[in-house]
Ligand binder design. Sequence first.
Ligand code: SF4
Length: 100
Amino acid sequence: FDILSSVFLSGTNHAEDQPVHLKLGDPAIPIQDNLPEYAEPAQRYCPAQVYEVIEEGGEKRFQINAQNCVHCKTCDIKDPAQNINWVPPEGGDGPTYANM
Ligand code: SF4
């Protein structure tokens, strides 16, 4: 495994019926100007493939796979648009790191 695979497969535990801990302040920002500086850094900085651009029928949309999040907070710190509202998840949730 490379480091990204190890993080991605670390076994994040989320109750997805809890309020989502990652929200966009303005959902329109990631798709402005054909997914420019915002979406690409968010995708690059996240080690867990939470931010994803989906292409369907010639349309691009931004998807947040919150269940993958390992709570590193990098996206919140590096978000160039400061549009990600990162809320600490409920106690007991999050990654369970294991030796791989
Ligand atoms: Fe990705 Fe942000 Fe979660 Fe870190 S806190 S895993 S960068 S979504």
